[in-house]
Design a protein around this ligand. Sequence first.
Ligand code: FAD
Length: 437
Amino acid sequence: MSIPYLEDAALPHSYYEASVEPRFAYPSLTDAVSCDVCVVGGGLAGLHSALNLAERGYQVVLLEARRIGWGASGRNGGHVIPEYACGMSTLEAALGMDDARRCWTLAREGGNNLRARISRYHIACDYQAGHLEAAVSPRHVQPLRQWQAHAARHYDYHTRYISREEMPQFVGTKRYHGGLLDMDGGHLHPLKFTLGMARALVEAGGAIYEGSAVRSWQAHDSTDVRIDTAQGQVKARHLVLASNVGIQSMAGALPKRLAARILPVGTWIIATAPLSEELAHSVLPTGAAVADNRTVLDYFRLSADRRMIFGGGCSYLGESTPAGYAAALHRGMLKVFPQLESVPVDYTWGGVIDISMSRAPDFGRLPDNVFYLQGFSGSGLVATAVAGRVVAEAIAGARENLDLFARLAHRPFPGGTLLRGPLTAAGMAWHRLRDLL
Ligand SMILES: Cc1cc2nc3c(=O)[nH]c(=O)nc-3n(C[C@H](O)[C@H](O)[C@H](O)COP(=O)(O)OP(=O)(O)OC[C@H]3O[C@@H](n4cnc5c(N)ncnc54)[C@H](O)[C@@H]3O)c2cc1C
């Protein structure tokens, strides 16, 4: 079995696809159109960018190769974590404390922005507050404690430490030795949110074309970019590339350079049948989502209809799905919650994330009017809101926030397209081993 990526337009057999209203089908681009900004990619990075710009009065055209939410945005775990995948220490080392603090504020504001969008555009996406980061061993408690003290001291950010004794009030398992509760975090139904963002974009005046894969683009001068799809063309003043690992499908030296800086990594989720009210309460009594703090982590939450949505594991070896991944995830879930032994698994699906070498976001611009947003590294629900904000500000002439991220140096993965996956897999195996010790 493989994750349909570049060739297959089929929607995944996910719980999310099965639990949304029939989708609105947007047309394909079949002629030549002009606009202020063309956005490539109908995931959350593209939608946040396009919506911010449309709200500011720009004429926006969004091109999506397949369907809105087809990529990671419509498949993910739904955990809303107002931080970056790389952690603040990477940003502090690269940018210094003052500028790391600016990034931190942008992430917290990104979380607020996401909630504001839900309420402003009436996006029914089952948002629930509360996110708990849990330690699987006494050794994993220490980084949580250190981060709690660091966040309070340097970011004036105060999380609540949950002791081992208190953990059963949040998660019904003996597995965890402590945790940090962030009530600014939470969880939602990611496909409902993504489709709601597309509706909001159209309400704000933007145009969406599905089934319109961008093959190539050319910047003629600083106010003229031509973007080609199989059957149409867009002439725009600015271009925003928000295609995640799909950047590799576009022709040209610049897309190639960007593609070399991110690695496509497959990762998976299972959804059980709905749990009884009593069982649901026994596993996650407060309804907060939980993720552990290992390098390759388990993350889980309850859906609005009380299914356990349990994710984990990843493959650095291309976009194919390893045999037995669903059984491995099921075993992982039972390790945390043996009480779910007799609950059937109704759905299994996967998606592809775009990791950067440092796991830090990779945002910037190429020529003056071509912008790129990538490297969300598996934690993009909030970071895409940050990306959409900073790119819209930059197009409107305020480049400080985008330039802040553009200062982060991003190297290509060593080994080229053939060896970068296996080399990263070897590195990650070491991290996994360290987590076990
Ligand atoms: C299984 C899984 C679980 C995850 N869990 C979480 C989580 O719990 N919390 C969290 O914060 N993050 C999570 N993530 C990460 C998060 O989903 C992503 O970081 C985020 O959705 C990235 O958004 P995006 O818009 O950059 O990419 P995508 O959502 O992948 O969107 C890119 C879009 O571009 C389109 N495209 C590609 N090439 C072209 C082209 N040539 N022309 C036109 N369109 C093109 C694609 O079809 C796609 O729809 C998870 C990801 C996965 C896969």
